[in-house]
Design a protein around this ligand. Structure first.
Ligand code: B12
Ligand code: SF4
Length: 635
């Protein structure tokens, strides 16, 4: 068995690294004449479905981290190319006849051919894309055996050894890459002796070596010139950022922005603290705005998505940022799907957000159970969340989403029910219920040893299409037939003290989702025109991605009837469409027997099963609320 020896001694490391440097001629003057950065495909080729790709249903985030890395290298005189293989495979996927693998391979070859002997630097962000990483690394090594291959990013940091043991990657960079990459070029260009921080590699004897691991660093980099390398204004043609970007319009050019690195919190299931370090580092407001203006004027970007993990950190700076956006980019829109901390939201922030073009954001509460909240170290209290939920009703133009995780380690069914009650009572616009999946380099993973992983297809589906829906998982279709799994309203008969199996959690997910987002979606009852309008936009965007799902069409029928803005002809067409989908999918017909979503087509809201209503009553409120009507014009 190969040994693992973590050593921080510079001299030892230097001699260990020597053989890699010698192999590529780096210590005899043959330094890289450039860098080819590679963003690997996020979706495996065999999973890409032409209909989803055409519908722009896959995520297509610009490779933001690589823009930063190429900017710092350029400042240091090293030129680079960025090959976004993800975008290429999605574009190829829209054209059913293309051989997707040969498309990304050609792109790699083309990028490499721009140089004589570049360094190949691959980004590996998500464990779920390991198969694609391995495929790309193997291709590069086979085609260009004389090129050094380095890998960085969140997933590479989480398990560097797994990357190195493939034999196709030479060095792994940990954490944020700007400083260490410059350190690496200093070492080889200037023939220096300081081994850069944050690298792992295998020594000649096969043992794992690691330099000092540090986190944090500079955040104010000017990346504007780098956007040219990826032609950022074209990304919306290959996919979406999330359902918010779809709600804004699939023809609207979008880009991502980052104003802060790090997060003030340290939730057990999250990799951010271990990756970015303890502090939150805030960029200069001026720089952020100039970047956005540049994108607006030079690349036609009209919609922005924040990548920040803690966008509201330093409230007064956040307020200034939003105020500045509303003055300098009055027609821009933005969303923050990555999750804001509800406790940090105040009324004046909401006002400034709305004015600056905020169309919607997500808050991460994760659980509605106090004990679980403490256990996952979420910086939230149920009281603060309830206050935020009340406050949100004063700013109905913003679409509010809350994230919950079901099936956290050792979570009992009663605790999941608390989540249902907190979510239902808050009456935000949408609830994302996720099922739990531990991630490497998180405290939860370390504590639970990575057990309880979902099946591979599940992870791929969840990670690559805009709003994961277990219904797409073939296994889920049959789950109700499995012995001992309660489904639909029968989940309310489950023993409150059990820790539900993963199969059972999926059914709990289905019922919670059906109740909160469909049967009792707040847009069915609110008197706010904006909220109903937003809900229609949201559901229309969702329907594009889930074209087979008739429940979305049913609720759209009802909400459009409430809005009273489309004529009878279009309304009838929606009804026909819903009926057609039911006739084509037995699965949905069976679900409808339990939940009666087809009542929406009769302009009726069906009562909840008494077991569900009894549960809500036990929490002190009712969810029956039958009397919804058309909105008054101008309401
Ligand atoms: C945007 C985003 C997404 C986007 C996709 C982004 C993309 N590139 O395609 C979407 C919404 C699709 C997404 C999905 C998921 N995401 Co996500 N996502 C993010 C987020 C918010 C921002 C990433 C980002 O751009 N950061 C800003 C740039 C500047 O930093 P960076 O990309 O990390 O790059 C730096 C370093 O990583 C490093 N680096 C990166 N590449 C390289 C390469 C080299 C050679 C070097 C030297 C260095 C280097 O240097 C860069 C500059 O400092 C991060 C959290 C975060 N704030 O980072 C989570 C995060 C990366 N996501 C995470 C997760 C878990 C997921 C999902 C699994 C969620 C889910 N439950 O479905 C899916 C999986 C996606 C998949 N493909 O299968 C985890 C990753 C943990 C892990 N080990 O896998 C993170 C860290 C969030 C968390 N809560 O812990 N995500
Ligand atoms: S608040 Fe969000 S980003 Fe911050 S540690 Fe918790 S899950 Fe991670």
């Amino acid at each position: 068995m190969l040994t693992t020896d973590i050593s921080a001694l510079q001299e030892d490391l230097h001699s260990d690294l020597e053989y890699i440097l010698t192999h590529y001629g780096y210590n005899s003057g043959r330094t890289p004449d450039g860098v080819v950065f590679i963003h690997i495909p996020q979706v495996p080729s065999h999973v890409i479905r032409q209909s989803i790709a055409e519908n722009l249903g896959y995520f297509v985030y610009p490779p933001h981290g690589l823009l930063y890395l190429s900017a710092v290298l350029e400042n240091n005189g090293v030129s680079s190319r960025i090959a976004d293989l993800n975008r290429s495979v999605l574009t190829a996927g829209q054209d059913g006849g293309k051989d997707i693998t040969s498309v990304w391979q050609a792109e790699v070859e083309e990028a490499v051919s721009a140089f004589e002997h570049p360094l190949v630097a691959i980004s590996f962000m998500f464990d779920s894309t390991r198969a694609q990483l391995n495929e790309v690394m193997a291709f590069v090594k086979k085609t260009f055996p004389n090129l050094c291959v380095v890998v960085g990013g969140v997933a590479a940091t989480g398990d560097p050894e797994a990357v190195l043991r493939t034999g196709h990657g030479d060095i792994v960079f940990h954490n944020e890459g700007e400083g260490p990459l410059i350190g690496f070029f200093d070492l080889i260009n200037k023939n220096g002796s300081k081994i850069p921080d944050n690298i792992s590699f295998l020594a000649k004897d096969g043992s794992l070596k690691q330099s000092k691991i540090v986190s944090g660093g500079e955040v104010d980099f000017d990346i504007r010139d780098q956007y040219e390398k990826i032609n950022v204004g074209q990304y919306h043609k290959a996919g979406s950022l999330n359902n918010f970007s779809r709600m804004r319009g699939t023809d609207v050019p979008f880009a991502t922005v980052l104003s802060r690195r790090g997060c003030r919190a340290n939730c057990t299931f999250c990799a951010v603290r271990n990756f970015n370090g303890r502090s939150v580092r805030v960029r200069q407001i001026q720089d952020v705005i100039e970047e956005m203006e540049f994108l607006w004027h030079n690349h036609g970007i009209r919609h922005f998505e924040w990548l920040d993990d803690d966008l509201l950190y330093d409230r007064s700076k956040a307020l200034n940022l939003f105020n500045e956006i509303s003055i300098r980019l009055p027609d821009a829109t933005w969303c923050a799907n990555n999750g804001l901390i509800a406790a940090a939201i105040s009324e004046n922030l909401l006002e400034a957000m709305e004015k600056s073009g905020c169309q919607g954001f997500t808050v991460g509460l994760e659980t509605g159970n106090e004990e679980m909240l403490r256990r996952v170290r979420k910086p939230a209290s149920l009281d603060r969340f309830a206050k935020f939920a009340d406050m949100s009703k004063k700013y109905p133009k913003i679409y509010y989403i809350v994230n919950f995780i079901l099936g956290l380690p050792d979570e009992r069914f009663s605790q999941m029910l608390d989540t249902l009650a907190v979510g239902a009572r808050a009456e935000l616009d949408w609830i994302n219920f996720f099922t739990y999946q531990p991630l490497k380099n998180t405290d939860a993973y370390l504590a639970y040893g990575g057990m309880d992983l979902q099946n591979y297809e599940d992870i791929i589906q969840r990670g690559t299409t805009i709003n994961f829906n277990p219904v797409r998982d073939g296994d889920f279709m049959n789950v109700g037939k499995k012995f001992g799994i309660a489904r639909d309203y029968d989940i309310f008969d489950l023993d409150a003290d059990i820790i539900p199996s993963r199969e059972q959690v999926k059914e709990v997910w289905f019922t919670f989702n059906a109740i909160c987002n469909f049967l009792r979606n707040p847009a069915l009852f609110t008197t706010s025109y904006e909220r109903v309008r937003n809900a229609v936009r949201w559901l229309e965007a969702l329907q594009q991605a889930y074209a087979d799902n008739p429940t979305i069409t049913c609720i759209l029928y009802y909400l459009n009837w409430r809005l009273n803005e489309i004529g009878k002809y279009k309304l009838d067409a929606l009804k026909d469409d819903a009926m057609r989908k039911f006739s084509e999918h037995e699965y949905w017909r069976i679900r409808d027997q339990a939940f009666s979503v087809t009542s929406f087509l009769d302009k009726d809201i069906s009562p909840l099963d008494p077991r569900a209503e009894k549960f809500f009553n036990s929490k002190g409120f009712s969810m029956q609320r039958i009397s919804a009507q058309k909105l008054e014009v101008g309401a």
